[in-house]
Design a protein around this ligand. Structure first.
Ligand SMILES: Nc1ncnc2c1ncn2[C@@H]1O[C@H](COP(=O)(O)OP(=O)(O)OP(=O)(O)O)[C@@H](O)[C@H]1O
Length: 251
């Protein structure tokens, strides 16, 4: 079996409008790819379709993780495959502390009958909090309740560090991270990089890619991947904008 995330001819609509018009891409496990592109061309839609947002209808295509189509899976099945969709839990859950949530989420990744031991949980938690330069008291707070944008983001990375996913999908909207928070978030992601982690980072701003240098960059225009290249492509976007891509696409 090839370990990879593959998006195959993905088409999706909202109402009567087709937004994704045949996205194709392959991310081998071990690589992080960035998705860039001008505003309003389908980046967030791609992320939401992968999460299974009911507002979008997939009309064709598949999202395959190690050969299995995750679009047809329940969240717990995806979790067991090791897929982490970073923006899946931005909601506030009153009455559930971060510690409780993390423990439950770790348990959900285990096979039936296997327990997350306290030692495993606490050991990982200590190491993740250290990476994120976060005080332990944070885990007694209720999930996302009253969190600042930066704290929510840091919490998302904390979940990732604890769950050790095989694949991540992150949609980095302009969440208002200051430079320090951006550095810490990037440090968290970079600390997980290696042969065991693959995924997509959808960026609306190039500056994130100064910290998380992608293995490849794909540019989405009008619901399709129109260019793929190395990290230098992100730099080119930064200095030259998207006009040349638009010209290529219409040539
Ligand atoms: N739920 C929706 N209802 C109506 N139109 C939508 C919906 N979701 C997306 N669209 C439209 O689909 C197009 C693509 O939107 P999307 O958010 O995916 O773009 P984006 O590439 O992520 O843009 P940005 O960089 O500005 O965040 C836009 O024209 C948007 O208005």
């Amino acid at each position: 079996m090839t370990h990879q995330l593959e998006i195959r001819n993905l088409h999706a609509t909202v109402g009567d409008t087709e937004i994704l018009k045949g996205i194709n891409l392959i991310v081998p496990r071990g690589e992080l790819h960035a998705i860039m592109g001008p505003n309003g061309n389908g980046k967030s839609t791609l992320a939401k379709v992968i999460v299974g947002d009911p507002e979008y209808t997939v009309t064709q295509g598949e999202v395959l993780v190690d050969g299995q189509n995750i679009l047809e899976m329940e969240p717990d099945e995806r979790a067991r495959l090791g897929v982490f969709l970073a923006f899946q839990y931005p909601v506030e859950i009153p009455g559930v502390t971060i510690a409780n949530f993390l423990r439950l989420a770790m348990q959900a990744r285990k096979a039936e009958g296997e327990e997350v031991s306290f030692t495993e949980f606490y050991g990982k938690l200590q190491s993740a909090l250290k990476t994120l330069e976060w005080d332990e008291s944070i885990v007694e707070r209720y999930l996302n309740a009253g969190f600042s944008g930066g704290e929510k983001k840091r919490n998302e990375i904390l979940q990732m560090l604890m769950l050790e996913p095989n694949y991540i999908i992150m949609d980095e909207t302009d969440s208002g991270l200051d430079v320090d928070a951006l550095k810490i978030v990037s440090k968290g992601v970079n600390s997980m990089r290696g042969p065991g982690l693959g995924g997509l980072i959808i960026t609306h701003y190039q500056r994130l890619l100064d910290y998380i240098v992608p293995d490849k960059v794909h540019i989405i225009l009008d619901g399709k991947v129109v260019q793929t290249g190395g990290p230098e492509l992100a730099k080119k976007m930064d200095t030259e904008g998207y006009d040349w891509v638009k010209e290529l696409a219409t040539a």
